[in-house]
Design a protein around this ligand. Structure first.
Ligand code: HEM
Length: 536
């Protein structure tokens, strides 16, 4: 059995806050030793509890406040510690230090999640899985916040609150908890042609992983790598599980959900406890800047993938998860990922979904984690030192010395630290930007069906049958006939036989094929700035 006690820079850092009280005398939060933790202080044998009972008050007050809001999405999750090991020196494509040397190991903390369910929901719901990795690099924290599917439902972050309101339980009665089997979700989807590629993935076996260690991960968006010369190359990130990609079928998922809603969580925990450490390889698809427009889709469109036949995945290293957290709340619940946590050598593109995400994560964490100091929470703090002029705020831990806190500053010897490009300060890629302020989508984002069709036709007959059955089941729960009809009509744009088979299962005799343009879809010669959404 492999040794389950890896030491790395982040484990050492966490050790400062790790508490093992075995064999100690109980004390209260002021360090006062406690003599009785089971009986309140009362007036006489059978009399009332005294307000004076500070031990009772402290114990109960802490308990009364021990819940924090669950994540607005991805509430259900589990995580583990481990490391990333680079297979080589990749400095010719990125100056990111953790990829700059063969054998270099970087501590990681990785959280997997479902998207739509509550914190207590079943692991095997039909859903997308989150795949978020925090690399504690020597240049600061880098978060690769991905999913187990390579594309997303929508092209623009502006639509994200609508998507999530539609997929979460309905707002009047909070039914159903099973994410996708309801009217509001399919109402939204049937009016959103750009979601059709993702819907094929979500209705496929990929939405029912056999184990978290048997699923792929994807960065989804196109990012940039930047090398030391400042040269940029477009990059799509992939995690490839060493155990291969495997799923359960829907009947199995339903039984498992009933018998063991913690199926994935338990499997991850026990694998690590038993020394069967899950492993993934990190791969990238690289596209030179000069080739940006050579595809028949837009690299900035997060509803599209780059077929691996066109651009093969180059493997850069591996991730091994080899230590369970000591405390679920302190680590798994309080960890704060953010696609905007980058290191030199990694940069963003103008993907409108990614651009919106760059705002959303810190914003939500300000509420979820109680104010602006959550980067000081042990699981979130980097292994590199932090020096800046941020001060105050609820629960500030750092005791900043001196009279400073501002910059420029020449008083008392001046500001003790300076921003410096020469010392490895992060420099954003010098991309040239030009344009008018407008609200529209580029024409290059308008093909919503080709890759949905490509995905469906790439599936085996059995897998296609699973997609048909999934759509029959999910749409069979939809009460509105109009929504069912509209959805089946939409499927004709993906595959006529698929639509016909789903229609049969739903008892729809005549498929109403929607006339182009569908809502948010455009004829090839349309001018997007003239476009007004049409009634579907
Ligand atoms: C979690 C927003 C799209 C992956 C979250 C959270 C928010 C959010 C608010 C909760 C964060 C927290 O409480 O710490 C958004 C928005 C999106 C978007 C506004 C689109 C505009 C995506 C996409 C992916 C993704 C495309 C995958 C590439 C994740 C993951 C988590 C998450 C993995 C859970 C992180 C964890 O384990 O703590 N997202 N998201 N999200 N999101 Fe997104």
């Amino acid at each position: 059995m492999k040794e389950n006690k890896p030491e790395n820079a982040k484990s050492d850092d966490l050790h400062m806050n790790t508490e093992d009280s075995s064999g100690e005398v109980m004390s209260n939060n002021q360090g006062l030793r406690v003599n009785d933790d089971q009986n309140s202080l009362t007036a006489g044998d059978r009399g009332p509890t005294l307000l004076e009972d500070f031990h009772f008050r402290e114990k109960m007050t802490h308990f009364d406040h021990e819940r924090i809001p669950e994540r607005v999405v991805h509430a259900r999750g589990e995580a583990a510690h481990g490391y990333f090991e680079s297979y080589g020196d990749f400095s010719s494509i990125t100056k990111a230090g953790f990829l700059g040397e063969k054998g270099k190991k970087t501590p990681v903390f990785t959280r997997f999640s479902t998207v739509a369910g509550f914190k207590g929901s079943s692991d095997l719901a039909r859903d997308v899985r989150g795949f978020a990795v925090k690399f504690y690099t020597e240049e600061g924290n880098y978060d690769l916040v991905g999913n187990n599917m390579p594309v997303f439902f929508i092209q623009d972050a502006m639509k994200f609150p609508d998507l999530i309101h539609a997929v979460k339980p309905e707002q009047d009665n909070e039914i159903p908890q099973a994410a996708s089997a309801h009217d509001t979700f399919w109402d939204f989807i049937s009016l959103m042609p750009e979601s059709m590629h993702m819907i094929m993935w979500v209705m496929s076996d990929r939405a029912l992983p056999r184990s978290l260690s048997m699923m792929e991960g994807f960065g989804v968006h196109t990012y940039r790598f930047i090398n030391k010369e400042g040269k940029s190359v477009f990059v799509k990130f992939h995690w490839k599980p060493k155990l291969g990609t495997h799923s359960v079928i829907w009947e199995e998922a339903q039984k498992i959900s009933g018998q063991d809603p913690d199926f994935h969580r338990r499997d991850l925990w026990e694998s690590i406890e038993n020394g069967n450490f899950p492993e993934w390889e990190l791969g990238v698809q690289l596209v030179e800047e000069k080739d940006e427009h050579k595809f028949d889709f837009d690299l900035l469109d997060p509803t599209k993938l780059i077929p691996e036949e066109l651009v093969p995945v180059k493997i850069l290293g591996k991730m091994v998860l080899n230590r369970n957290p000591d405390n679920f709340f302190a680590e798994t619940e309080q960890v704060a990922f953010h696609p905007g946590h980058v290191v030199p050598g990694i940069d963003f593109t103008n993907d409108p979904l990614l651009q919106g995400r760059l705002f959303s994560y810190t914003d939500t964490q300000l509420t979820r984690l109680g104010g602006p100091n959550f980067a000081e929470i042990p699981i979130n703090r980097p292994i590199t030192p932090v020096h800046n002029n941020q001060r105050g705020g609820f629960m500030r831990q750092t005791i900043n010395k001196g009279k400073g806190g501002y910059n420029p500053n020449k008083a008392s010897g001046g500001c003790p630290f300076q921003a410096s490009m020469a010392e490895g300060g992060y420099v954003s890629h010098h991309e040239k930007i030009e344009g008018h302020k407008i609200r529209n989508r580029s024409k290059s984002f308008m093909d919503h069906f080709s890759q949905a069709t490509l995905f469906y036709s790439s599936q085996t007959e059995v897998e296609q049958h699973h997609i048909i059955q999934a759509l029959q089941f999910e749409l069979g729960k939809v009460k509105s006939e109009a929504i069912r009809n509209r959805m089946v009509g939409m499927l004709t744009h993906v595959d006529q036989t698929l639509a016909e088979e789903v229609a049969k299962g739903l008892g729809i005799k005549e498929i109403q094929k929607p006339e182009a343009p569908l809502n948010h879809s455009y004829p090839a010669d349309a001018d997007p700035s003239d476009y007004q959404p049409t009634e579907a």
